[in-house]
Design a protein around this ligand. Sequence first.
Ligand code: NAP
Length: 319
Amino acid sequence: MSDHQFDLIIVGGGPAGLCAAMYAGRAMLSAVLLERGIPGGELLNTEKVEDYPGFVSILGPDLAAKMAEHAQAFGADIRQENVEGIHRLLDGTFRVATSSGTEYIAPTVILTAGGTPTKLGVPGELEYAGRGVSYCAVCDGAFFKGDTIAVVGGGDAAVEEAEYLTRYASKVFIIHRRDEFRASRLLQERVFANPKIEVIWNSRVLELIGDATGLKHLELENTITGGRSRLDATGCFVFIGFKPNTGLIKDEHVRHDAAGYIVTDDRMMTSIPGLFAAGDLRAQLTRQVTTAVGDATTAAIAVEKYLTERRTKAVAGAA
Ligand code: NAP
């Protein structure tokens, strides 16, 4: 096989991608994992992980490093490449094009490209991105020492990151559009017990306002009364979900749900034969590190079976 021809191409190096690479290595498949940044995916944006079996509590980046080491111990070939498109060729194989100009070819692809944070879509959000507006508490929290900041959202990410941000900020307001959180009970209880956190219920952000030095205020609207108010804050951390990165599949329609998440069968195969999906971009009930590695385990083993069936068919066809 050439340097760019493999049995399997794994697109994305989060927990799902790293787990798939570990299983592919153990199965002696020739596989390559393409990741545009440092391997770890969302783990790199997560402070503590407390729900991964075997680790009562571990820092996200530490777990990411352990997963990468584990995959490499079984021979994973991890390359820093920005994937631009996945194209299905006439013979049923895939061509994966990257921005370096290198093209990778394989009969199977496991897509584990995760998602990107959902934006509020309000005036000022883009203008103050990096100058007060952030989507990553671990990356940017330390810039807000002693400040008053806002967190937008009501899911696990919002409440967990709000708590994390209290180690830097003197006050954290959580702005949520309803009167109850979607987040798990345990995370909610921690937030309610934290004296630095105050929740502003039934409210949405209308505008982010600042000056040349950065963000200064949030213009809020009460979703019940319609009343407006202004909150002084130098930081606004947005955690309102994310959009699956499914735009890499070119030329062909892949089945997805109403929210854009890729639909797979119980072997993690998508509607395109040979194309598998695992982790946060797959349509499923929840998106956890544990479910991502579970998906990836199934996908890697299914790839092995798919390749065997493909070879058997090719031999039968040639006979
Ligand atoms: P999520 O669970 O989808 O929650 C998104 C939150 O943002 C919801 O509260 C939603 O409000 C709110 N929201 C959505 N669009 C909005 C908008 N335009 N304006 C204002 N608010 C908006 O997303 P997530 O918190 O990012 O979590 C994603 C997945 O990762 C979940 O499965 C979660 O369990 C998992 N996760 C787990 C952990 C952990 O276990 N430690 C940590 C982080 C993430 P409504 O409630 O009104 O819809």
